[in-house]
Design a protein around this ligand. Structure first.
Ligand SMILES: Nc1ncnc2c1ncn2[C@@H]1O[C@H](COP(=O)(O)OP(=O)(O)O)[C@@H](O)[C@H]1O
Ligand SMILES: O=C(O)[C@H]1O[C@H](OP(=O)(O)O)[C@H](O)[C@@H](O)[C@@H]1O
Ligand SMILES: [Mg+2]
Length: 386
């Protein structure tokens, strides 16, 4: 999908090696399939490394953009404004009733069309409220994605994030929409649709690379966003991702805990504070390259989630993924609300081999983690440093 450079068009971001330095991916322009005015953006899956889900509760997280999987959105100027359904993900024609029923059971009712519509709506409203003038002219939006669905890898917000980047470039208003605000726009688009979610996913996808995030209530109230600090990806040791093909419903996972937290449940409030502290300590551990501490913090993060949510809510397969990793002494936690697990083998390659064998036996997919680079353009970087 990468192409030659041409003004006014964007190119997708290449997957970089795990430790490769961050590059201003969003600033790279190129002609998408040689069509003038065509814009294409890629946004990656994300891994919540430490501190999630405290992002939903004014806590802190360290998350990174996962180069193994991505969504891309393409914007082509057109006479009418068209949101193009994806031939596979927005299927409306079936071989049989059985096919329809199986498909709905596995994938749910919705694809990406509603996400693209919602971000257009939210973007339009935001620009109107802020008196940001938008030029005349229409476009067609289409998307592709290879992020496994409902695995806590943030497939939905990747589509929304890539679409937002297309809109920012089509209307040439990137400099008028603060980088720190963009995750909120993405979240608002999903909230419109009733999707339960937090900010860490969207921050990781807007910024790319590895980011430390502080969602302290005072800052959220006064600044209107959290404080997001990009970190050096070379701090990260080799990590592995484990996932299963069965989906988990993130909305359901959050619902009880959120209610208890809102109702002032002391156990949930104090546990969530503990989870937020994990990101704080994790930042220090990463900077000091204290890998045994990192392993401890990852495990502690999962244990706290388990106590708060309970095994029934987390789901037996998700717990089995964690236990498979722990059976060989690897540290493990959920990347999001369930469906995929990020693991760290502090004893190195031999332990990784044991982990791979254990995953094979348990029928889980295991892949080495690739960290996607910074997704910020030069102008974006200037905005966050000013
Ligand atoms: N692979 C996909 N293709 C199309 N739409 C998707 C895909 N993944 C997610 N979505 C959209 O996002 C919504 C929420 O997805 P969700 O279950 O939160 O997955 P995730 O946690 O990976 O974001 C879905 O109902 C659907 O509308
Ligand atoms: O529970 C979590 O860790 C995360 O859950 C959601 O992400 P998802 O990819 O849907 O599992 C939520 O959007 C995040 O903010 C939470 O940290
Ligand atoms: Mg989601």
């Amino acid at each position: 999908m990468d192409g030659a450079r041409a003004p006014g068009t964007m190119r997708t971001v290449p997957i970089m090696a795990r430790r490769e330095a961050a590059s201003p991916a969003a600033a790279m322009t190129a002609e998408a399939d040689g069509k003038p005015g065509c814009i294409e953006h890629r946004a990656y899956a994300r891994v919540g490394l430490l501190g999630n889900p405290s992002d939903v509760y004014f806590g802190r997280t360290i998350s990174f953009s996962l180069g193994n999987f991505w969504s891309s959105v393409r914007l082509e100027p057109s006479k009418d404004l068209v949101i193009r359904p994806h031939p596979k993900h927005d299927l409306v024609s079936f071989d049989s009733l059985h096919h329809l029923a199986t498909r709905l059971q596995n994938e749910g009712y919705y694809g990406g069309v509603r996400l693209l519509m919602a971000i257009c709506n939210v973007f339009y409203r935001y620009c109107s409220e802020k008196n940001i003038a938008l030029k005349e002219g229409n476009f067609t939006l289409s998307y592709e994605t290879n992020i496994p669905r409902q695995t806590g890898l943030s497939g939905s917000s990747a589509i929304v994030c890539a679409a937002l980047n297309c809109l920012l470039d089509f209307y040439k208003v990137r400099h008028l929409v603060k980088v720190q605000i963009r995750p909120d726009l993405i979240l608002n688009a999903e909230r419109e649709l009733g999707i339960v979610a937090g900010l860490q996913d969207r921050v990781a996808q807007v910024y790319g690379g590895l980011v430390y995030m502080d969602f302290d209530k005072k800052n959220m109230d006064t600044l209107g966003h959290g404080v997001y600090t990009p970190m050096d990806v070379s701090f990260l040791p080799p990590l592995h991702l484990i996932y299963a093909e069965n989906p988990s419903d993130s909305g359901k996972v959050h619902s009880t805990v959120r209610k208890r937290w809102l109702d002032g449940d002391k156990f949930i409030i104090s546990s969530m504070e503990e989870v937020a502290k994990i990101a704080l300590h994790g930042r220090k551990a990463l900077e000091e390259r204290n890998m045994s501490e990192l392993a401890k913090l990852m495990d502690c993060n999962f244990d706290l989630r388990r106590k708060m949510f309970g095994d029934d809510v987390l789901g037996s397969l998700n717990i089995q993924m964690i236990e498979t990793a722990r059976s060989v002494g690897a540290a493990a936690k959920f990347t999001g609300s369930g469906g995929a697990v990020v693991t760290f083998c502090p004893r190195g390659p031999q332990q990784v081999k044991l982990l791979q064998d254990a995953c094979l036996r348990a029928n889980f997919v295991i892949v080495p983690v690739v960290v996607a680079p910074s997704a910020l353009a030069d102008g974006d970087l200037m905005m966050i440093s000013s």
